[in-house]
Design a protein around this ligand. Sequence first.
Ligand code: HEM
Length: 500
Amino acid sequence: MPIDTNQEKMNIMDNQQGLVVAGATLLVATIAFIKILLRSGSSAGKRLPPTIRTSPVVGGLIRFMRGPIPMIREEYTRLGSVFTASILGRKITFLVGPEVSEHFFNGYESELSQREVYRLTVPIFGPGVVYDVDYPVRMEQVQMFNCVLRGNKLRGFVGQMVLEVEEYFSKWGESGTVDLKSELEQLIILTASRCLLGREVRENLFDDVAPLFHDLCTGMQPISFIFPYLPIPAHRRRDRARARLGEIFSTIIKSRKASGRSEEEDMLQFLIDSKYKDGRNTTEEEITGLLITTVFGGFQTSSIASTWTGAYLLQLKQFFATAVEEQIQVMKRHGDRTDYDVVSEMHFLHRCIKEALRLQPPIPMLLRQSHCDFTVTTKEGKEFDIPKGHMVASPLAFANRLPHIYSNPDSYDPDRFAPGREEDKAAGAFSYMSFGGGRHGCLGEAFAFLEIKTIWMHLLRNFELELVSPFPEKDESTAIVGIQGAVIVKYKRRKLVISS
Ligand code: HEM
């Protein structure tokens, strides 16, 4: 067959052009694919944290539910201070210790937010407040908390706390046996009612309100983190309690507004009188939600902290003796005066509470949702990129016991915070994490210390105490880690004698 050489040349050129086009197309496609991968947050080019070993799908969840702290301890030893776990298809990156926690605590809300992880609080706190509203409104509400819990009002609360504590313990006999845990729970809710919820609740409605708060607290189950509206009995009780609290506070607020009286010194009145920046008044629904938020934030945490403080002091008698001696010295200086300034001088007692909270933080882990990639540098100088979309966890119960920060980290030693040692500052601002820190650190920390110090000041001055039950174990079955069973204590009245 004759060959048309021109045609042949054209065919060869076509083939070559085809190859070039195909090659170019492949190159462009490859570049585009890489770009898409990078844009979609894939691992390409990133220094991702190591991942923990689990079997697929629910493996991470099973290990996590068996106990997050043992899992974190094991992986920290194996992988270091930054690692990722896959739990029910979600990636959770753990940042362990102060060196890698700066961004966690100080990142902007647009970069690392709380709203998604705390949505389980919406049915508890109610609509229109805190994690149910946009960030700027939440910040105005946080500012309202700030004024009550950190400002001058705090000084005035001490007098009310002292009255409540004296009245409560006056009902104890000359000697007896009590469950310290349940006693302190009742006392803390009474004090919170007096200082925060107001006279009406404290004097007339306490027996109605206290069980409603109990139902709100038990309505926060581990499952609520994933399914906050699951129709389980605990959630139904929570919703009924929240609705009833709404009715009670609505009646009180209406009656206070109608009477025109505003001389009350409690948080309720402060919130009634508060306005937003645009001049709008707080609504009944918001006032109720903000009150519930405050009591909820402080009730369980403070009663757990006061019981642990007692358990350690009664178990380790040398510290009990030092705490009593401090009271004697304070009484020598101030007699029976017990105001804000006097309570603030009880530095050893403060350290005892702080140390109990280091070892037994009621909130063992904090969470955030990341909306931007960010980089952390470990103390060994390794850099990791945490991708947008990860949930980020700060396991503070573990971080509070890191041996490069705390000497003998598992032992109770209040003087580790004393001047000269100050182990809680050894690795910077986030060495001690029981109250969180940075942008969303606990607003009730000062209130909690005053409340717990007032209780223990009274007990140390007026009672001999002995722990009868074994040293308590922690209860990790609830979202806020409490104390298992009763803490049985024998008491006998005795007054501290001050020799001149
Ligand atoms: C021993 C007692 C307490 C402990 C251990 C504790 C612990 C904490 C922790 C760890 C956080 C940070 C949460 C996070 O970053 O996600 C926090 C926040 C908060 N706490 Fe406390 N708390 C205690 C007592 C109180 C009390 C008594 C109140 C109120 C009367 C209170 C009100 C708050 C509020 C309003 C926030 C939110 C702050 C914000 O988001 O800006 N807390 N608390």
